[in-house]
Design a protein around this ligand. Structure first.
Ligand code: KDG
Ligand code: MG
Length: 421
């Protein structure tokens, strides 16, 4: 444990007699993969023996870099500070590297930021959604994933989700003989297959034609392109999908191609969700202000945490852009809880992506938000409401294999060249 290094006032000209009643005593990083997905959680301990908070810093492809950013740079800055000063710690942490943003620094910052919100909630004896403005809905409507090797198999998978109470389902279909996103139970098993964008863009309209004609109009259907086709083909695909009334079409373009959104809007009124790869405001500000997207879909830890996501949600509200925070398996249950608290307090909430954690994850993270009746529910506990059984978490360390295979494996075209994910 690191000793508090007081005097360390937020502003150096403040007298040391302004020492806060509670100080940050230690910052720890917890690495665990109870479901085989690498998760990173920050724990901030305070001078009060039982007062601590957890925050999600999960960047599953670069965990070691995030740990280094926290331990070598953010931790020494905040030891001894008042954990109440979330905004000041966020701003000074953000600016402290001079060159800022990026998923490594943002995830590190998010771990700290969310842990401070957790602490503030515990201090106030309130769930974090109360601190964000209070509940404006009972629970957050979620979407779940359905996929299959054929359109009939996807139909069956969607039916199973509907029977389980989901009203919104993301549908992805395999492309026979080729690689595609979001269909294989084990993506590594299919990674050797080449990617063929024409085959993909031919099969997706057939999928939604089949789903609408067999499932009817009620169920809300979503699809993730995962930014892997050329922009003009994404526009063409969006036009073809328009009759099937998607709830949203996700990530039609890579962040490098955001200049294409104007063309998309001119061509079709399909609702667009965008942003899981965004890391800073220059990427989203124009799209929102010009009303070129319908759902903002950032990964909250990748943009720096709850403080900035709260501001982003409010910014979107002025333009009637709804939220759809990224919620895959590589967001820890602490991060899912952060998504949920914001969902509950945002009037412009749109939808929440749900990951159904297995029992082992739920044991490691007691308080993981429950998903039932197609909704995610808060446990209404103070703070973010999620604990970490640290002894159990330590039983699922990142092994050598996982650390060696932490990259997203490249997907290649038939001619061998790599595509963007
Ligand atoms: O690590 C990358 C995943 O989080 C991403 O592929 C998941 O696209 C995704 C989604 O929409 O959940
Ligand atoms: Mg996605």
């Amino acid at each position: 444990m690191t000793e508090p290094s007081w005097p360390l006032a937020p502003n150096p000209w403040e007298p040391a007699t302004n020492r806060p009643a509670i100080t940050i005593r230690d910052v720890k990083v917890i690495l665990t993969q109870p479901e085989g997905i690498r998760l990173i959680v920050v724990k901030i301990e305070t001078s009060e023996p039982d007062l601590y908070g957890y925050g999600c810093a999960t960047f599953t492809q670069r965990p070691r870099a995030v740990v280094e950013a926290i331990e070598s740079y953010l931790k020494p800055m905040i030891i001894g500070r008042d954990p109440n000063d979330i905004e000041d710690i966020y701003q000074t942490g953000y600016l402290s590297s001079y060159w800022r943003t990026g998923p490594i620094m943002n995830n590190a910052l998010s771990g700290v930021d969310q842990a401070l919100w957790d602490i503030k909630g515990k201090l106030a004896n309130m769930p974090v959604y109360q601190l964000l403005g209070g509940k404006t809905r009972r629970a957050a409507t979620v979407y779940s994933h359905a996929s299959g090797d054929t359109v009939e198999a996807v139909e069956e998978a969607v039916r199973q989700k509907m029977d389980a109470g989901f009203t919104h389902v993301r549908a992805q279909v395999a492309v026979p003989g080729y690689h595609t996103y979001g269909t294989a139970a084990d993506p590594k098993a299919k990674i050797q297959q080449p990617w063929h964008e024409s085959a993909y863009t031919r099969i997706v309209p057939k999928l939604f034609d089949h789903l609408r004609s067999t499932l009817g109009e009620e169920v809300e259907l979503l699809h993730d392109i995962h930014e892997r086709i050329h922009p003009i083909l994404a526009i063409n695909l969006a036009k073809q999908l328009e009759p099937y009334r998607l709830f949203f079409l996700e990530d039609p373009f890579a962040p490098e191609d955001i200049g294409w959104f104007t063309r998309m809007r001119e061509a079709t009124s399909i609702p667009i969700a965008m942003g899981e790869l965004f890391v800073n405001q220059t990427e989203w500000e124009y799209l929102i202000r010009e009303r070129l997207i319908d759902f903002i879909r950032v990964h909250i830890s990748a943009i720096g945490g709850l403080s900035i996501a709260h501001k982003l949600a409010h910014f979107c509200e002025f333009f009637n852009v709804r939220t759809a925070w990224h919620g895959p398996g590589d967001v820890s249950p602490v991060g899912h809880a952060a998504n949920l608290h914001l969902d509950l307090a945002s009037s412009n909430f749109g939808i929440q992506e749900a990951h159904i954690f297995n029992d082992t994850v739920r044991e490691v993270f007691p308080g993981t938000p429950e998903v039932h009746d197609g909704q995610m529910w808060s446990n209404d506990k103070p703070g973010l409401g999620v604990e970490v059984d640290e002894a159990l978490a330590a039983k699922f360390p990142f092994g050598d294999y996982e650390l060696m295979h932490q990259n997203f494996p490249p997907v290649r075209r038939v001619d061998g060249s790599p595509i963007r994910w």
